[in-house]
Ligand binder design. Structure first.
Ligand code: UDP
Length: 328
């Protein structure tokens, strides 16, 4: 019999790709999403349950209906800039929502939990490759909220035996190569989709947030990882838990850093179009450089990223941008 997995945020960018991968792997992904930032037309691979993570009664009912073997928890507010303006919203939505979800999962006896955390929990570290043992010193409310949820999970593992895998994502990019789903936020703030809006003329220019960072070209460096590689890791994480292994944290990144200007250059090459940019001020909360050491995921989970080449990520995002994105 097929097993259910509860996917919070399954109507969002990463969650919808996870649902597709779960279905392909023989699971039934049950999307739980409040549709504040997600899209119902991205829920294509299993049942949809509309609800908010802070609604314990709704969660209890969903756990009772499906008796999922695991939770994959993607639902979150995730914009660094916004989190510096509205920290309360981030703490309430991300932290209170996760607490309610964790307690509901434990009450239902669903003791396997995969959690989307972030490299933003590391904060600004001087020119180091960030591995899982790097101290977490977030510089914005988004990163702080995710770190708090990691702490919470550890506490519930100790007290109740909730086994969990935490994935600390670096910058997720790209789209389903089949073109069925992709990244779509409203408003869009992430670098690659904003750049593609500029490339196809929907925005006049990309504002580069800061050109005076202590990096070779003065712009921020990030490690971009393909959403398909990311969801592969989630299936391996689920298998890790199904095999009875203990709670573990894994970074997910490509190990290669690209500056904003380098991403702009690659976007021009991939799309064969001009990209207009304007030099702007730093965005509050941004770090100069975030690059992953992901050896643990490779060595212990057997994770092998296949599409996390920057050109492939931009190309898959561009394909989605042209074919699926504005159909909404
Ligand atoms: N960025 C930028 N202009 C934009 C959007 C992003 O210069 O319109 C920069 C941002 O400052 C960061 C990098 O691109 O250094 C990636 O930002 P994004 O919002 O995509 O992801 P984040 O790193 O904040 O999670």
């Amino acid at each position: 019999m097929k097993q259910h997995v509860l996917v919070t945020g399954g109507a969002g960018y990463i969650g919808s790709h996870a649902c597709k991968a779960l279905k392909a792997a023989g699971y039934i992904p049950v999307t739980f999403d409040n549709l504040v930032t997600g899209w119902q037309d991205s829920v294509k691979y299993g049942p949809f349950e509309k609800g908010d993570l802070t609604d314990r009664h709704r969660l209890d009912a969903v756990f009772a209906t499906y008796t999922p073997v695991a939770v994959m928890h993607f639902a979150a507010l995730s914009q660094v800039g916004e989190s510096t303006q509205k920290p309360g919203t981030y703490w309430h939505n991300n932290v209170c929502g996760s607490l309610c979800l964790i307690e509901a999962a434990i009450a239902a006896g669903c003791m396997q939990f995969v959690f989307s955390s972030t490299c933003a929990t590391y904060g600004d570290q001087d020119d180091v490759l960030l591995d899982e043992d790097t101290p977490q010193v977030p510089t914005n409310a988004y990163g702080a909220s995710k770190r708090a949820i990691e702490d919470m999970l550890r506490n519930f593992t100790d007290s109740h035996g909730l086994r969990h895998v935490v994935f600390r994502y670096f910058n997720v990019a790209g789209a389903d190569p089949d073109g069925e789903i992709g990244e779509f936020h409203r408003p869009e703030t992430h670098l690659i989709p904003v750049l593609l809006d500029v490339v196809d003329g929907r925005r006049p220019a990309l504002t580069i947030y800061g050109t005076d960072y202590d990096t070779p070209d003065g712009t921020c460096i990030r490690d971009y990882v393909h959403v398909m590689d990311l969801v592969d890791a989630h299936l391996l994480g689920l298998q890790w838990l199904e095999d009875g292994k203990s709670s573990r944290v894994f970074n997910l990144g490509s190990g290669h850093g690209f500056s904003v200007r380098e991403v702009v250059r690659h976007s021009g090459t991939v799309t064969n179009r001009q990209v207009h940019t304007v030099d702007g001020k730093r965005r509050i909360g941004d770090c100069a450089k975030l690059v992953s050491g992901s050896e643990r995921a490779m060595n212990e989970l057997g994770w092998a990223p296949k599409r996390s080449d920057i050109r492939v990520m931009i190309s898959d995002a561009w394909h989605w941008h042209q074919n699926g994105y504005y159909g909404r």
